[in-house]
Write a protein that binds this ligand. Structure first.
Ligand SMILES: Nc1ncnc2c1ncn2[C@@H]1O[C@H](COP(=O)(O)OP(=O)(O)OP(=O)(O)O)[C@@H](O)[C@H]1O
Length: 330
């Protein structure tokens, strides 16, 4: 069982420091992991045991699917492994715990054995993608290619208010796509159905962060299409990062859309009725709904059913909170 990349398997652009010659490679990688775990007792609590240099892996060998930690790349090889302590590996990523579940799959907290850094790995189920979004008369493979194209675009986005995508592992055999994302420690700024109004200064600070992130996205011709508090993650130092690009869309010359996506209560009036509408204003409307939720802790337009919500968005003036006095800076 050789874990050392050969000239054929080694990515040409990889940094030579990523590969240590001879049988010392895996122990050196694991030392980084051990150091990281030892520094963080909370993290250590989630491990089945400490990965130890020299302890053999029981199933498979994740380091056979080496990829450089400094590259943005799409790999087509996923190796699952379990070490002697029961720690699970997805390539070089050690699974620590489940962070949450979304419509398209699970998000897991993982530790990169290369550098001891934490990542959120989103496991996207191709079948769910096809069922929910991509099933059309043209056939799913074309649509999935488009999805991969979108991911490739997202990999190029680098902004402090956007969750960074580090790597994509497209596991065709298991019909799963793994998105290795920057880990944002604070999680969603507001949990689903647990909205409490923020002090106005904080709402203002968060709103500014989201505006910066959205402006950057639109400048790079990316529509988010699902802005809502659950998709806004909070860093340890209180900044906001836009996440969840599951229904995002890249546009070329025009941002015209002909189908709705996202969450009904955050939709703009034109998206509720018209068969064609512009994408950027719809994102900006959702941004306004987020600000409303931050300030008042409730939705401006709601209803028991989706048609009720659409009716409220188009015909109502918003809840009474609209008439509450708010600070002029908002
Ligand atoms: N980069 C990240 N850092 C930290 N936690 C994350 C990250 N991405 C997602 N999560 C956590 O995982 C949960 C699920 O995320 P995901 O984006 O899959 O779904 P969602 O936003 O809840 O819903 P959906 O994709 O269905 O709209 C989130 O609520 C969040 O707690």
């Amino acid at each position: 069982m050789s874990a050392i990349p050969t000239e054929q398997t080694r990515p040409p652009e990889a940094d030579a420091r990523d590969f240590v010659e001879g049988e010392t490679q895996r122990p050196q990688l694991l030392i980084a992991v051990q150091e990281r775990i030892l520094q963080d007792p909370i993290l250590a609590g989630h491990f089945a045991g400490l990965p130890t240099p020299g302890v053999p892996l029981l199933i498979g060998d994740p380091f056979n699917a080496l990829s450089s930690p400094h590259q943005l790349r799409t790999s087509h090889r996923l190796v699952r492994a379990v070490d002697a302590f029961g720690n699970k590996y997805l390539n070089q990523y050690i699974v620590i715990k489940l962070l949450g579940c979304g419509r398209y799959g699970k998000v897991k907290l993982c530790l990169n054995a290369f550098d001891g850094k934490l990542f959120a790995v989103k496991v996207v189920d191709r079948k769910r993608l096809r069922d929910r979004r991509f099933l059309n008369e043209d056939g799913d493979s074309i649509m999935l290619q488009e999805y991969v194209h979108e991911i490739a675009t997202l990999k190029k986005l680098h902004h402090p208010n956007i969750v960074a995508l580090h790597e994509v592992i497209d596991d065709v055999q298991q019909r799963k796509v793994y998105l290795v994302l920057e880990y944002v420690e604070g999680g969603p700024v507001m949990e689903d159905n647990r909205w409490i109004a923020f002090p106005e200064e904080l709402a203002q600070k968060y709103f500014r962060d989201i505006c910066c992130g959205l402006d950057y996205l639109h400048y790079h011709k990316v529509l988010h299409r699902d802005l809502k508090p659950e998709n806004l993650l909070q860093t340890a130092d209180g900044r906001i990062k836009i996440s969840d690009f599951g229904v995002s869309q890249v546009f070329e010359t025009t941002d015209a859309l002909s189908s709705t996506a996202g969450t009904p209560a955050f939709l703009a009036p034109e998206a509720c009725t018209k068969s064609s509408f512009e994408g950027r204003p719809v994102d900006v409307w959702a941004l306004g709904v987020c600000l409303y939720v931050f300030v008042f802790g409730t939705l401006p337009f709601s209803g028991k059913t989706i048609p009720d919500i659409y009716h409220a968005i188009q015909h109502k003036q918003g809840s009474a909170a609209f008439f509450s006095p708010i600070h002029c800076n908002l």
